[in-house]
Design a protein around this ligand. Structure first.
Ligand code: ZN
Length: 355
């Protein structure tokens, strides 16, 4: 299997997802907020000869457009468009395949996703392919029929443009960019685990419409917390796959599964999840920390350059140290180093399909 380097969609995306599942590896899906993080992701993918997923939350997209933009809805849409155009232009020159995706959209953010699909329609007319490979809808707070009904509507729009939809069943603990759920450690945690019957329902409704993937909850949590009473139970993924396989007589692992909240997860549980058809693992918290940690080190090592242009005692000029490229490059390198590890954990090192 060989694909052209650059942004993949449609048949090529499906081939990539299947290659991951057949090969027992997964792609890192990295939340980005600007060119520093996007370029660091492409650099890490090229360095590790791995394909990669570049994704934006609504807040990340807004930040990409700039915090000074007054209309925040417009900023969320145009920031995501601008980011996608950046990746379309550059990814092929890094020599890897990149998937463009947007992260959690709850009910309030469905108009954001619809507006981005409008942009993909225009892009499809002009270039024969969508702007984004896929979007996510997270209506897991709603009842299953409302959740799936809206997913079906949106997927019907996207399927015409060779796009894929990620849905969420069950609740990923923790909050990400204003979407999500704080963890009440005393509450019953059963809602943190996806019910295989719900996954079966999704499979039956959505399969005839188009390509989709499922963020299933198996005790995964956004962010890094002290070890609590929520246990990672990847066997929930296995049980969902088995139920669909038995009911519909499919091949092994019929579902395309997504692992949210990969930051801070035990490596053994990540490896186990990969055997159950997980092709994508989201990483945000750990790469955020790696970025900021590297800036912190740089500032510590060059403290005077952040206070004075010229040393008040000996007249040394600090221009070379306070040039923002210096601390931002340190941040990019920290980000890349953390991704080296994530890509290795997911088994995707050296497995790029780009030729
Ligand atoms: Zn998530």
């Amino acid at each position: 299997m060989a694909l052209k380097p650059g942004v993949v969609s449609g048949e090529d995306y499906i081939a990539l997802v299947n290659a991951c599942k057949d090969g027992g590896y997964a792609l890192a899906a990295v939340n980005c907020v600007g060119t520093n993080s996007v370029n660091a992701v492409m650099e890490a993918a090229a360095k590790n000869n791995s394909d990669i997923i570049i994704q934006f939350s609504n807040g990340g997209a807004q930040f990409y457009a700039g915090q000074g933009m007054e209309d925040s809805f417009q900023a969320k849409v145009l920031g995501a468009v601008s980011a996608a155009q950046h990746v379309h232009l550059l990814a092929e020159h890094y020599g890897i395949c990149a998937v463009l995706h947007t992260d959690h959209a709850n009910r309030k953010l469905v108009p954001w996703v619809d507006a981005l699909i409008d942009h993909s329609e225009a892009h499809y007319k002009a270039h024969g392919r969508p702007l984004y490979t896929s979007h996510m809808l997270d209506l897991s707070e709603e009842d299953i029929d409302d959740n799936l009904g809206e997913c079906a509507r949106v997927l019907a729009r996207m399927a015409k443009l060779d796009m894929s939809l990620e849905i969420e069943l069950g609740i990923t603990g923790g909050e990400e960019d204003g979407v999500g759920h704080d963890i009440d450690e005393n509450a019953d945690s059963s809602h943190l685990y996806t019910q295989p019957e719900d996954v079966l329902k999704a499979y039956e409704l959505l399969t005839p419409i188009g390509h989709f993937s499922v963020a299933a909850s198996f005790g995964n949590v956004h962010g890094v917390y002290k070890p609590g009473n929520v246990q990672l139970r990847p066997e929930i993924l296995r049980n969902s796959q088995s139920l669909v396989r038995e009911q519909h007589n499919t091949a092994e692992n019929p579902l395309n599964l997504v692992f949210h909240g990969g930051s801070g997860s035990e490596k053994a549980k990540i490896s186990e999840a990969l055997t159950y058809g997980v092709f994508k693992m989201n990483i945000d918290t750990d790469t955020q920390f790696a970025f900021s940690n590297a800036i912190g080190k740089y500032v510590d090592d060059n403290a005077k350059a952040f206070k004075y242009q010229i040393d008040p005692e000996d007249g040394t000029p600090y221009k070379k140290q306070y040039d923002p490229r210096k601390c931002l490059r340190a941040a990019e390198q920290g980000f890349v180093t953390r991704l080296d590890e994530a890509i290795a954990d997911l088994g995707s090192t050296g497995r790029s399909l780009a030729r």
